[in-house]
Design a protein around this ligand. Sequence first.
Ligand SMILES: [Zn+2]
Length: 302
Amino acid sequence: MELRILGCHSATPKPDEYPTSQALLVKNQWIVIDAGEGMQVQLRRYGIKFGRIKNIFISHLHGDHLYGLFGFLSTLRLLNRQTEMHLYAPAELEDLLNHVFRTTQVELSFPLFFRPVSGNGLKLILDNDKFSVHSFPLKHRIQTHGFLVSEKPAPRKLNMNAIKQYPEIGIWAYHNLKAGKDFVTEEGKIIPNEELTLPPPRPRKYAYCSDTAYYPDIVPYIKGADVLYHEATFSDEDKDLAEKTMHSTARQAAQIAKQAQVGKLIIGHFSSRYRDTNILLKEAREVFPQTELAYEGKQVIF
Ligand SMILES: [Zn+2]
């Protein structure tokens, strides 16, 4: 997978600080998670082709995660997009979108399928042969969901050097070998699959926790993710403010990462009160050393 941070700040955008939005390349398909203002400009900046995006996920309906969506969808119409788009978001967004498009006289040139996200527990919301996406509830001032993106296991790889030793194994057998089946010769002799193939790369998992108070209930859902993005709006000294606004401190984000035993934690959604976000990094690393700061344009390949 490849994660590209398009924006990782809260509330007010600045020339180089965009509100929350990310793009994730999973099995050769880009998905967009949250759509803060400026997301389409950022997609362009990092060379992510609009045509390769088929799924957009919106965690909640606060403006700093959403206002870029209207402009983006309207640009797709200007570009005369024909390919369908799937939008996963809280149910109220559908009416809002229709209202905006009606009022601003935008008629989309492509089918937009709206998929409402709601409910408790880990819910499967997208499933194809390459990857799946689950939603799970977070704890914020309005209904908010996090997302877990999981690759499906790839087929096994053919070990051509081994296969060449057996002239009776033709191309016709490769499909079954990749699926993990043993090869049976005409005489009924079994050649074990492990001898003829190599294991595929381990499937990766990405967990996204946008705005949320400290909420350990999510730990089982994101357990063992290779990369966790978790908001860290405040530092310890503003813990009361974090509680009041239902956000997390950097330390709390790190506690979640530690409990979930993730491979790496990326923190973001920084309040503009911190001129130097390294204090947030330091705080998180005290609990979970494998923490990195998000920044606009940051690329994480895993
Ligand atoms: Zn929010």
